[in-house]
Design a protein around this ligand. Structure first.
Ligand code: PLP
Length: 265
């Protein structure tokens, strides 16, 4: 709508998907706004504190907006969420984006909200009104029950240990069955984002083709990395929260079977 151009700072597995501070400094010179999420999708990366602070400091000094997407703020297995809103100047520049999708596992409802400086929010609310007048009533009622009856606390206490078991199952199966993949064990979020270049390069296929073949022949569904950014075409996104540990292990085992059948391993 505003004719802005998106510039990216790469996030690669070698730095555990942390963006390079030098890249941030350089890109923020010209930028109007910075958007980042923590924990991330598709990498599950939790932003490093010094990097997050650098972004807020530059934004405050140079009067830029920071959009902080913390949709996964409750989905932690180790450590705690980083609230960048605590930094000096954040109340003037940080717009926080939140969602009910992840807590409640209701992504289809698309119910979320943003909060931040009034100067920004009043315009965002106006724009939202032009796009769609209101969020689904049913979704809003569900969110009220979730918040008022303290279901949030109870629900998260129940699901997080289960998600952790699933995260561990996915990570352990991946390192066991696909030892040439490079993977970071995420301490938050819902996804593994392994670099599978060792396999797809041997097969001479793209990430999209690879994901498609595994889906068709082994009925295991993953998203190819290039769905997120063209440079992420060495990666696959594996969602680990939606299936029990046995099925996650089985799914990853099937990827190995596929590679064996095709003489890649
Ligand atoms: C980081 C992040 N932010 C926001 C969203 C969108 O959430 P919603 O379902 O509320 O549109 C997603 C959904 O996958 C996400 O991964």
């Amino acid at each position: 709508m505003h004719g802005l151009k998106v510039e990216y700072c790469p996030q690669e597995i070698d730095t555990e998907f942390q963006p390079d501070p030098e890249c941030i400094k350089e890109k923020m010179e010209k930028a109007k706004a910075v958007l980042f999420e923590s924990p991330g999708n598709p990498t599950s990366r939790v932003i490093r504190e010094d990097i997050a602070k650098l972004i807020v400091d530059i934004a405050y000094e140079k009067k830029k907006w920071v959009f902080y997407d913390q949709a996964y703020r409750h989905i932690y297995y180790e450590g705690e969420h980083l609230w960048i809103q605590k930094y000096t100047g954040a109340d003037e520049v940080v717009v926080t984006i939140e969602s009910f999708s992840k807590d409640l596992a209701i992504p289809g409802f698309r119910l979320g909200y943003m909060w931040g400086p009034e100067e920004f929010i009043k315009h965002a609310a106006k724009l939202k009104g032009y796009l769609t007048i209101s969020a689904s009533n049913i979704a809003q009622k569900l969110a009220i029950i979730y918040l008022e009856k303290e279901l949030k606390e109870k629900y998260l206490l129940k699901v997080i240990p289960e998600y952790r078991r699933r995260r561990d199952a996915a990570y352990n199966a991946l390192t066991k069955y696909l030892p040439e993949a490079r993977v970071v064990k995420p301490r938050a979020g819902m996804y593994l984002f392994p670099d599978v270049s060792a396999y797809i390069e041997k097969m001479k296929v793209t990430d999209v083709e690879f994901a498609k073949r595994i889906a068709e022949s082994k009925h295991v569904v993953m998203l190819p990395g290039s769905a997120f950014h063209p440079n992420s075409n060495r990666y696959l996104r594996i969602t680990f929260v939606t299936e029990p540990p046995e099925r996650i292990e089985e799914g990853i085992k099937r990827i190995r079977e596929y590679l064996e059948e095709n003489h890649v391993i």
